[in-house]
Design a protein around this ligand. Structure first.
Ligand code: TMP
Length: 221
């Protein structure tokens, strides 16, 4: 697998989607092949699952159904889109991945994190992002932005204590995996955040290229 797998995570309303689009444009302008995608969704089957999960009409959905539907969407996404793109050497920019299930369904709904991780290890075949940007925005600020966007989906309709647990979950993930997860202060101007992402990702890609070349040199000695 030669490509690069980058994910963005964070509370609803943190501005991830806008930033991913900007980052994709930047990379494409630099001649890098990019696949911009999201979860739940990213495939035709995944988009159907997305409609099921987010529809406020399905208030009676059991928690385990929700966990498995996110994982089902993810299994299809990994197999149909993400792995083939990585095999072709592309940069895959993905709006949410397993960390979202750990934060929302693990910390948020109160399921053991190990259960969420096990289910998702099956769904993804163990695929882990190379780099994750975690958009950090307080529950209060995120809520203001979310409401400004209009009608809320089934998950967004949950209360502030749920949202606070999700936030705490994301912070715990960042603390556990500092080498993969970079925290982004989302309470700044769009351009300032875009600049930080661009600079970090290009530096990350350069370091990986340098490490690969060093590895090749070592092997040829
Ligand atoms: P989005 O609004 O970022 O597209 O995500 C849809 C909603 O689904 C959002 O409220 C976060 C939630 N979500 C989970 O609860 N678990 C997951 O695994 C994913 C990918 C998203």
């Amino acid at each position: 697998m030669k490509g690069l797998f980058v994910t963005v995570e964070g509370p609803d309303g943190a501005g991830k989607t806008t930033q991913l689009k900007l980052l994709a444009q930047e990379l494409e302008m630099a001649g890098i092949e990019v696949v911009l995608t999201r979860e739940p969704g990213g495939t035709e089957i995944g988009d159907h699952i997305r409609s099921l999960i987010l529809d406020p009409a399905f208030a009676k959905m059991a928690d385990m159904t929700e966990i498995l539907l996110y994982a089902a969407s993810r299994a299809q996404h990994v197999n149909e889109l993400i792995l083939p793109a990585l095999d072709e050497g592309k940069v895959v920019l993905c709006d949410r991945f397993v960390d979202a299930s750990v934060a929302y369904q693990g910390y948020g709904l109160g399921f053991p994190v190990e259960t969420i991780e096990q289910v998702n290890a099956h769904a993804t075949g163990g695929l882990v992002p190379d780099r994750t940007y975690l958009f950090d925005l307080t529950v209060e600020d995120a809520k203001k932005r979310m409401h400004a966007r209009g009608a809320l989906d089934r998950i967004e309709q949950r209360d502030d204590t749920f949202r606070q647990r999700v936030y705490d979950g994301f912070m715990a993930i960042a603390a556990d995996e500092p080498a993969r997860v970079r925290r982004i202060d989302a309470n700044r101007e769009v351009e300032e955040i875009a600049e930080e992402l661009r600079t970090d990702l290009l530096a990350f890609m350069k370091k990986r290229r340098d490490d690969d070349e060093d590895g090749n040199r070592d092997r040829s000695r």
